[in-house]
Every structure is written in structure tokens, then in C-alpha cells.
Design a protein around this ligand. Structure first.
Ligand code: HEM
Length: 87
């Protein structure tokens, strides 16, 4: 839910276009902070690569999610993320 904290992962409401690893109330891994130094913001293209293979885009990320193979499924997911308003 927008504004909710203390989840298993960071809040993804309004994530597209937002800076990477930038929520004050979430303790990101070094992997995610390294990605932020390289890429700065969550573009749709980066989200597509990250949801395909999180470990490849952010090696040693603490996100326990192995990725989604099907490009159409990832496109649906990104469309869903686009639809959730920022808190
Ligand atoms: C479709 C499913 C998922 C998507 C689209 C997704 C997306 C993301 C994104 C974009 C970030 C970076 C957020 C930011 O920069 O603020 C992130 C981080 C994270 N997510 Fe996920 N996630 C998914 C599933 C999961 C699941 C299932 C878990 C755990 C049960 C999880 C746990 C985390 C954690 C712990 C982080 C921080 C990673 C780190 O600091 O290395 N995510 N996720």
C-alpha cells in the first residue's frame, strides 16, 4: 500500500523514474547502492532487466526473487507498477 513500511522489500508505489535505493526507511544492500551509483533511476528498461534477472543486474542483492522469464509477463508487471500512485 502507498506509505506502508516494514515490508519484506521496499515500497514500489511510483517506483518508475524514482532514484534507485532512495527510500529513507529501507536498509538497502551494498548491491543495491552500487546499482544506484551506476544507474541512478528506475527506468522501465532497467526494471525490465532487473525483474528478468535480479542477480545479474544487482549481483548479491538481498532480494530473494529469481526473476521472470516471460517478457510479456514482465511487461504486464511494469504496467501494473506504473498504475500504482506514489504515496
Ligand atoms: C514482481 C516482484 C518484484 C518486483 C517487481 C520487485 C522490484 C524491486 C525493486 C524495483 C527494488 C528496488 C527498490 C528501490 O530502489 O527502492 C527491489 C528491492 C528489493 N526487493 Fe523486490 N521486487 C519483487 C519481488 C520481491 C520479493 C518476492 C521480495 C522478498 C520476499 C523482494 C524483496 C526485496 C528486497 C529485500 C529489496 C532490497 C534489495 C537490496 O537492497 O539488495 N522483492 N525490488
Amino acid at each position: 500500500m502507498p506509505g506502508e513500511t516494514n515490508l519484506q522489500g521496499p515500497n514500489l508505489a511510483g517506483i518508475i523514474g524514482q532514484p534507485i535505493a532512495a527510500q529513507d526507511d529501507f536498509d538497502y544492500s551494498l548491491a543495491m547502492r552500487d546499482l544506484a551509483a551506476r544507474e541512478r533511476v528506475w527506468s522501465e528498461a532497467l526494471l525490465d532487466r532487473f525483474t528478468a534477472e535480479p542477480e545479474t543486474v544487482a549481483p548479491r542483492t538481498s532480494m530473494q526473487f529469481h526473476g521472470i522469464d516471460d517478457p510479456a509477463e514482465r511487461a504486464d508487471l511494469i504496467a501494473y507498477l506504473r498504475s500504482i500512485p506514489r504515496p
